[in-house]
Design a protein around this ligand. Structure first.
Ligand code: DAT
Ligand code: MG
Length: 139
């Protein structure tokens, strides 16, 4: 597998609960190199834009309200097979179904407040990374 990149957000629940360090430790231990990172907060409008693909879903309003409810850590991460391996590291969307030892199994509290985002394809990783970072912020 070629070295490639994924995009993540440590969500407002994880930041509020004081889990930034714990989650970054797991990301580091899994072999990811940090290409870009910042503590930031989405406006309701920007959250709506980020999750536009879900706009017809019944949880869209709740999702955008939650994602704009406090600071997040946004990051671009690099590793071989970055996207797929990161989805494995974070676990299933619903923490009740997340494999033991995954980030969501440890730190998510519900389907909506599930601690962390991970891109679902190389194409979306590039789009989502560019949504949050300018080229000069990548290292
Ligand atoms: P994932 O974040 O695992 O890629 P997704 O892309 O299907 O999951 O959904 C994006 C986010 O929307 C998810 O992290 C949490 C929220 N969400 C998804 N399904 C939900 C549901 N049935 N109820 C409440 N929130 C939901
Ligand atoms: Mg998704």
């Amino acid at each position: 597998m070629a070295a490639n990149r994924t995009f993540t957000m440590l969500k407002p629940d994880a930041v509020r609960a004081g889990n930034i360090g714990n989650i970054l430790q797991m990301i580091n231990a899994a072999g990811y190199r940090i290409v870009a990172m910042k503590l930031t907060q989405l406006s309701l409008e920007k959250a709506g834009e980020f999750y536009e693909v879900h706009k017809e879903r019944p949880f869209y309003g709740e999702l955008c309200a939650f994602m704009s409810s406090g600071p997040i850590v946004a990051a671009i991460l690099e590793k071989d097979n970055a996207v797929e391996d990161f989805r494995t590291l974070i676990g299933a969307t619903n923490p009740a179904n997340a494999a033991p030892g995954t980030i969501r199994a440890k730190y998510a509290t519900s389907m909506g407040e599930n601690a962390v985002h991970g891109s679902d394809s190389d194409e979306n990783a590039a789009i989502e990374g560019a949504f949050h970072f300018a080229g000069v912020e990548l290292f």
